[in-house]
Design a protein around this ligand. Sequence first.
Ligand code: EPU
Length: 337
Amino acid sequence: MQLISDFSLKNYNTFGIDAKARQFVAVHSLDELREVLEQHRLENKFILGGGSNMLLTKDIDALVIHVDFKGKQVLRQDDDYVLVESQAGESWHEFVLWTISQDFGGLENMSLIPGNVGTTPIQNIGAYGAEIKDTFVSCDAMHIETQQMRTFTKDECEFGYRESVFKNAEKNNYIITSVVFRLTRRDHKINTGYGDIIKQLASKNIVNPGLREVSDAVIAIRQSKLPDPKELGNSGSFFKNPIVPIETYEKAKANYPEIPHYVVSETQVKVPAGWLIEQAGFKGKRFGDAGVHKNQALVLVNYGNATGAQILELAKMVQDAVFEKFGIEIEAEVNVV
Ligand code: EPU
């Protein structure tokens, strides 16, 4: 375990922002994590997982702790279900592919989401009609101040749309160290109802898809819309899809009758922010090295040397333009640091 001063985080955030950490350390076990926390009790600390959901707008004047625990295992199984546990530092997508290779069902619609397993509960990641709360059982976490371990049940995580207790009441208090999921071993609940999955499967003449086919379809769709962070820095959806009162939606609809929406409750609807941003004229726009992706307007990209501040400036421009046109506020989904 080695502490490095003045460490560039460019390779540790998928936006590829060249911000520096005052000090940086990678920890590979609970013991190492405990030791670092004990020895640096009084310092500011910043916890870094896969760096796939953050925008670094400045250097980090703190000890950056990169959680790099590896390992996954079957805890228990019967004929119908299996409990699998993954350590926090495993790549999410590799973990998903492993579950599919074991014929464990439930995560296939969330293939190819960048990031590490340990950060998935923080924002209850989701895609194509699935969210991790659907299969999540519990996660273990270490309290940063006391180093006590605690198991959070699903209820205690208070999951919502891209939300959890780790973004709210317990923000910055815990480091998630491992996560347990309950997956199916038979009678998999294949879910192809969302977005273009059926269309993608039909193009391959697949009628009764298994887990692997659904995963392959999701991968193909994501690859066609979302930039690969290895090629073009990005953090997935930069904004959340806004949930607004029906009256707000109706007002916008009076001027823009084709505005899409999904019903959330009797009083609220969700509007796709990608549509709003595209209509506001930003899809594919580039300002220096900061841009709005050409295939999915919800994604902001770094063409190479954009600073976090430049990306944030673009985000604000987009937010203002959407509000001016539709009277709808869109809020960042990524963590702006
Ligand atoms: N749309 C446009 N223009 C665009 C993008 C989208 O008009 O540039 C329209 C589409 O035509 C469609 C609607 O907006 O009618 C929704 O688009 P899409 O299905 O691509 O999904 P999304 O709502 O934009 C959400 C998640 C993604 C997830 C996809 C698929 C959020 C913030 N984003 O995007 O998650 O992959 O659904 O399930 O909920 C992420 O969180 O990082 C992420 C990529």
